[in-house]
Design a protein around this ligand. Structure first.
Ligand code: NAG
Ligand code: NAG
Ligand code: NAG
Ligand code: NAG
Length: 640
C-alpha cells in the first residue's frame, strides 16, 4: 500500500463519511453495445526486417541480386576457396536468368583447382545462417549454369570458419543453360542441438577443375521447415506467435512500405506474385531491399491461416518523398488497385482470379475492407485522390467497405484509420479520446499505435510503454461500437536492424520473444467478450492523474464476465471493493496478470521476464478487494 492509497482512503472517508474505501463497479445488470467482433488484429509492414530475415523464412540474403536497385549487387555473397585457389565473383549482365532477373552472379575460376580443393560462393544470410534443433531439414533451390565445367556442385551449410559442415548435398551435373536445381540438406540431429548463427550457405565446385571455368548463379534459396510446411513459407516461431494471439484481422502491406520512398519504389503487387524467379523485389523505405518473396498471395494465405479479415492497403498515388500522381495520370494506378482486388476475390473466369488459381489458390479469398493509401495527412491532395479510388472501387465492388486514412469531405468516409505514436502519459491521459466521438460518423480503425518516448530516437520496449498502451486499449474496447478495429505497430523487429522501436516481437535468426507490448496485445485479443459491460470507479479520485483504467465485457457463449484493470502507477493501487452489480454469486475463474518494473524489458537471455501469469481466481462472492500491482494489466475472467 503506497502513498496514493493512503491519500485516497482519507479523501474517501472525508467525502463519503464512511470507510468503505475505493470502489470499482462492474454494472453487469446494464449491458451496453456489442463489442466489435474484429476489434483486435495485427498490422504487418516490411520494416526492421519484419519480412525478409523475419516472418518470411527465406535464409538467403539478396536472393535475386537486387536488380532494381541501381543495377544488381553482391550484398551477402563472397567467394569460398581452398588455400592456393583463386576466384572472383561479380555481377554478369551478359548472362541474364530471364527477362525479369536480367543478370546473374558469375564465379570465375582464376587458377586450376586440384583434386581435394574447392572454389565456390557463399551467402551469409540475414545476420548469419541459423542452425537450430528444430531445423532438421532445409529446402535448397538455385539456378545455375557453367562454361568449362559440368559439375558436380556441392551444397552445404557450414560454420563461417569452415571447420564444421552441418549438412551437405550434391548436384551431380550442370549444363551450359540455366536450370533450376533442388536439393534437401539434412543435418545430423546431434550436430544441431546448440543453436548457432555464425554459419554460411555455400555452393562450390570440387577439383579437379581448370582455370577460366565460369559458373553462373541466381535465385539461391534456402528454407528451413516452414509454418504449415509451405514452400516459400513463413518462419514457424514467428508465425506461431501471431497465430497464438488470435488476431481478427491482418492489415498489409503497409504502412510506408506500401507508398515507397518514390512512386517508382511503391509496393507493386503485380511484381510480388508467381515464381520467385519472376519477382525482382524492390528497394523498401526502411533502408533495405525487399525480395517480395513475401508477396500478395503469401499475405493472403497467412490471413487465411489466421482466420483473419484481410485489410488490404492499396497504393493511392502518393509516395513518401511527397510526390503525388496527378489526377489525369491516375488511370493505371486505379486499374492496378481494381486488378489487385480481382486477384483476391475474383472467380477463376476473371483475368486476375485465373492468375490467382494459376498461382495455387483457386478459391477466392473473403475480402471486406480496402484501405485507400496510408497516412495521407502527409499529403495535401487526398481530397482529390481519395474520390478517384473510392468511386472506382465502389462502382465495381459495391459490397466492399472503404477505409480512408484522413478525413476529407469530397466523399463519405465509412471508416477512418487513425494512427498514434505518443509519449509516455499520452495514451492514459487520452483513454477517453473516442468517448465523445460522433456515433453517427465514420467508424474508426486505429491502424497503428504505440507508446514511444519521442525524446529518444530508439525508445525501449519496456513495461511502462506496454501498460500505457493497455490504458488506451481499455478506452478503445469501451468505445468499440465505433472503434471497430485496432492494431499495434510495428509488429516485428530483427534485433540486428531495429530502425524503429519499440516493436511487438523481437528475434534474431535462432530465437524470438514477445515484448511486454506484444503480451498486452495478446492478452486483450485472446481474452475478449462480445458485449460491453459498463464500469465506473472512484479509484482515481484524489490522484493527480488517472492511474487506474478498466473495462468489462461479457462472453456470452461461455457465460463469462471479463474485467480488465490497468494500473499505470509507480505503486500498487488498492481497489477496496470490486462490486459486480446484478450478480449474486459466481463460480470463480482465472486471473491473469502482466506486470513488471517500469523500465524492465524482455531480451534473449530472459525472453519471458515480463510475461503473463495466470492463477485460479477463487472468489465466488459478488464483491472483492483487488490490489492492482504497479505497472500492471490484470484480466479477471469470472465464470457466472
Ligand atoms: C585464362 O584466360 C585468359 C584470357 O582469356 C588467358 O590469358 C589465360 O592464359 C587463361 N588461363 C588459363 C590457365 O587457361
Ligand atoms: C465470375 O465473375 C464475373 C465477374 O464478376 C461474373 O460476371 C461471372 O458471372 C462469375 N462467374 C461465376 C461462375 O460465378
Ligand atoms: C450526426 O448527428 C449530429 C447531431 O444530430 C448532426 O449534426 C450531424 O450532421 C450528423 N452527422 C452525420 C454524418 O450524419
Ligand atoms: C485458489 O484455489 C487453488 C485450489 O484450491 C489454490 O491452489 C490457489 O492457491 C488458490 N488461489 C488463491 C489466489 O488463493
Amino acid at each position: 500500500m503506497g502513498y496514493f492509497k493512503e491519500s485516497l482512503v482519507i479523501l474517501l472517508v472525508a467525502v463519503l463519511g464512511a470507510s468503505q474505501g475505493s470502489v470499482l463497479n462492474v454494472r453487469y445488470d446494464q449491458p451496453g453495445h456489442e463489442i466489435s467482433p474484429i476489434l483486435w488484429g495485427i498490422f504487418f509492414e516490411e520494416i526492421n526486417h519484419a519480412g525478409d530475415g523475419g516472418l518470411y523464412a527465406e535464409l538467403i540474403k539478396n536472393r535475386a541480386l537486387s536488380p532494381k536497385r541501381h543495377g544488381a549487387n553482391l550484398d551477402g555473397y563472397a567467394v569460398v576457396r581452398s588455400d592456393g585457389v583463386d576466384g572472383r565473383i561479380y555481377i554478369s549482365h551478359d548472362h541474364p536468368l530471364n527477362s525479369v532477373l536480367t543478370s546473374s552472379l558469375r564465379l570465375n575460376v582464376d587458377s586450376d583447382v586440384a583434386a581435394g580443393q574447392r572454389i565456390g560462393v557463399s551467402n551469409n544470410g540475414y545476420y548469419g545462417i541459423p542452425i537450430r534443433p528444430d531445423y532438421t531439414s532445409y529446402r535448397v533451390s538455385f539456378y545455375a549454369k557453367a562454361i568449362g565445367f559440368s559439375g558436380p556442385l556441392t551444397v552445404q551449410i557450414e560454420s563461417t570458419d569452415g571447420r564444421v559442415v552441418f549438412a551437405t548435398a550434391q548436384v551431380p551435373q550442370i549444363t551450359e543453360e540455366f536450370q533450376k536445381y533442388e536439393v534437401t540438406l539434412t543435418p545430423t540431429p546431434d550436430m544441431i542441438q546448440n543453436p548457432s548463427l555464425d554459419n554460411l550457405f555455400t555452393i562450390s565446385a570440387n577439383g579437379p577443375l581448370s582455370a577460366n571455368s565460369s559458373i553462373f548463379f541466381n535465385v539461391m534459396s534456402l528454407f528451413p521447415p516452414t509454418y504449415k510446411n509451405r514452400p516459400n513459407g513463413l518462419r514457424i516461431d514467428l508465425a506461431q506467435k501471431l497465430v497464438d494471439a488470435k488476431p481478427s484481422f491482418f492489415r498489409f502491406p503497409g504502412g510506408n512500405f506500401l507508398e515507397g520512398n518514390t512512386i517508382e519504389e511503391r509496393f507493386i503487387w503485380e511484381e510480388t506474385i508467381g515464381d520467385n524467379a519472376q519477382r525482382p523485389g524492390h528497394m523498401g523505405c526502411w533502408g533495405y531491399y525487399s525480395t517480395d518473396g513475401l508477396g500478395l498471395l503469401e499475405y493472403l494465405e497467412f490471413a487465411e491461416d489466421l482466420n483473419a479479415e484481410i485489410i488490404l492497403g492499396v497504393f493511392a498515388g502518393y509516395a513518401l518523398n511527397g510526390d503525388s500522381v496527378p489526377p489525369e495520370e491516375m488511370g493505371p494506378f486505379v486499374e492496378s488497385a481494381l486488378n489487385e482486388i480481382e486477384y483476391i476475390i475474383g472467380n477463376t473466369s476473371t483475368t486476375w482470379g485465373a492468375r490467382r488459381a494459376a498461382d495455387g489458390h483457386p478459391e477466392p479469398f473473403p475480402l471486406t475492407y480496402v484501405e485507400i493509401g496510408n497516412e495521407d495527412w502527409f499529403s495535401s491532395d487526398y481530397y482529390i485522390r481519395y474520390p478517384i479510388f473510392y468511386d472506382a472501387i465502389r462502382a465495381r465492388y459495391p459490397e466492399l467497405q472503404i477505409i480512408a486514412t484522413q478525413d476529407v469531405n469530397t466523399r463519405p468516409i465509412p471508416i477512418r484509420d487513425d494512427h498514434f505514436y505518443s509519449d509516455f502519459g499520452w495514451f492514459p491521459d487520452n483513454h477517453r479520446y473516442y468517448d465523445t466521438a460522433p456515433r453517427n460518423g465514420s467508424k474508426i480503425f486505429v491502424g497503428e499505435y504505440a507508446t514511444r518516448d519521442n525524446a529518444h530516437p530508439q525508445p525501449e520496449a519496456n513495461t511502462a510503454a506496454a501498460i500505457d498502451d493497455a490504458a488506451f486499449m481499455t478506452g478503445m474496447e469501451r468505445n468499440s461500437d465505433i472503434v471497430i478495429m485496432a492494431c499495434y505497430a510495428p509488429l516485428f523487429g530483427h534485433l540486428n536492424d531495429l530502425v524503429w522501436k519499440p516493436d511487438g516481437i523481437y528475434y534474431n535468426g535462432v530465437q524470438s520473444f514477445a515484448t511486454p507490448a506484444w503480451w498486452v496485445q495478446h492478452l486483450f485479443s485472446v481474452i475478449r467478450g462480445d458485449t460491453y459491460i459498463p464500469t465506473d470507479s472512484d479509484a482515481n479520485v484524489g490522484l493527480p492523474q488517472e492511474k487506474i483504467f478498466h473495462v468489462a465485457s461479457r462472453k456470452s457463449d461461455t457465460n463469462t464476465l471479463i474485467l480488465k484493470i490497468v494500473n499505470t502507477n509507480t505503486e500498487d493501487i488498492m481497489i477496496d471493493t470490486v462490486s459486480l452489480t446484478g450478480i449474486s454469486t459466481t463460480q470463480g475463474g482465472t486471473m491473469t496478470v502482466l506486470s513488471g518494473g517500469q523500465w524492465d524489458q524482455n531480451d534473449l537471455e530472459n525472453p519471458l521476464r515480463i510475461s503473463p501469469r495466470s492463477q485460479a481466481f477463487n472468489v465466488t462472492s459478488n464483491s472483492f478487494t483487488y490490489n492492482a500491482p504497479a505497472f500492471s494489466l490484470t484480466i479477471i475472467e469470472i465464470q457466472l
